[in-house]
Design a protein. Structure first.
Length: 364
């Protein structure tokens, strides 16, 4: 079972290939895009598990792959990390007509895409995501960035990949915590715009997380199909694409409060952020309480955190979190932007949210 989803952006459109064991097809898929040396950017953790296989696949297709291994973790998504990678890419001899490959999770994809976008004013790149979070979210849509001390993903640009190859077999090597973090982004699609998909996840999500190949492919492909459709309609996030940030206004602030550390990884922050968005929506009289309860119940059933109290360590003060939200990219005219809900599958964007209500939810 495999699927191909088209991201319809005209001349800049590309295919997302989703399937079990399709890394073996990567050489044939990348060969038409490859010219000269092809830098393959990964991190030490992913490289130890998947790099040798990928280099072998490239070699069999006549691709001159040049591995570049970065340290794992959010620390590489920084100016020092960008400087290190950019220097290595320049030294590799890749030119503007060449191709750079990102082999890894969201950090590697974001960093590599940003470096590719600014290198020689734009070099093509391919995404080969190795985490569930990257397969269903960060590898699709062209958002690339590094972090700043003021917040997450504040320095970046839009640079669409030429192809995405999502091999669900690679997810078997993921630590359970990383798999669950990615599942938060899968649940997001049901919550923001597809109640029927949320129903399916309630019935099949645990099966997908337990390694059922068909269920996992369906979850990844459906998520990618939803994101591809939204990106095609609103590439630069001037409207509808903002819905994909459900849970992220709260989540990024929680990540910053945790020092972008292992206390709280991105998908966990999004899970808690979505739960907070539901609670805020109920608090404002916008969403039925039973929908919020059902959503939180599913997060807990999957094994995801759903409350600020689930984060280990000292609890961040509500005003500190609100201040962190002030650095969010979605702030407009000095107002915080939230993705709220009228029910499961019915999200909307608003800046008309009383801070007292936000403070109450953060204090709960």
């Amino acid at each position: 079972m495999s699927d191909v989803i088209r991201v319809g952006l005209g001349e800049r459109g590309y295919d997302i290939h989703v399937g079990h064991g399709i890394l073996g097809e990567a050489g044939a898929l990348l060969k038409p895009l490859a010219r000269g040396p092809v830098p393959v950017v990964t991190d030490a953790t992913v490289g130890e598990i998947h790099l040798a296989q990928f280099l072998d696949v490239c070699g069999k297709s006549g691709i001159d792959a040049r591995p570049m291994v970065m340290p794992p973790g959010e620390g590489s998504k920084s100016f020092p990390g960008l400087e290190k990678l950019s220097g290595a890419l320049l030294d590799s001899g890749v030119d503007r007509g060449g191709l750079i490959v990102a082999l890894g999770g969201g950090v590697i994809g974001d960093l590599t895409g940003f470096a590719a976008g600014i290198l020689k004013r734009g070099v093509a790149f391919a995404q080969i995501p190795t985490t569930l979070l990257a397969q269903v979210d960060s590898s699709v849509g062209g958002k690339t960035a590094i972090n700043a001390p003021q917040g997450k993903n504040l320095i970046g640009l839009f640079h669409q990949p030429r192809i995405v190859i999502a091999d669900t077999a690679l997810l078997a090597t993921l630590p359970r915590r990383e798999l669950l973090a990615g599942y938060a982004e899968v649940v997001k699609y049901g919550a923001l715009g597809d109640a029927a998909f949320f129903d399916w996840l309630e019935a099949n999500g645990v099966k997908a997380l337990s390694g059922d190949s068909d269920a996992l492919i369906h979850a990844v492909a459906h998520s990618c199909r939803m994101k591809a459709a939204i990106v095609a309609r609103d590439e630069r996030e001037t409207g509808e694409r903002a819905l994909l940030n459900l849970g992220h206004t709260f989540g990024h602030a929680l990540e910053a409060a945790a020092g972008f550390s292992d206390r709280l990884i991105h998908g966990e922050g999004v899970a808690i952020g979505m739960a907070l968005a539901f609670h805020l929506s109920v608090r404002l009289g916008l969403c039925p309480g039973q929908d919020a309860e059902r959503f939180v119940r599913h997060l807990k059933a999957a094994g995801l955190p759903s409350a600020i109290s689930d984060i280990p360590g000292p609890r961040p003060a509500p005003d500190a979190l609100i201040a962190a939200m002030g650095h969010d990219k979605k702030v407009k005219d000095g107002k915080l932007t939230f993705i709220l809900l009228k029910g499961l599958g019915r999200s909307f964007v608003t800046s008309d949210v009383p801070l007292d209500a936000v403070r109450d939810v953060l204090s709960g």
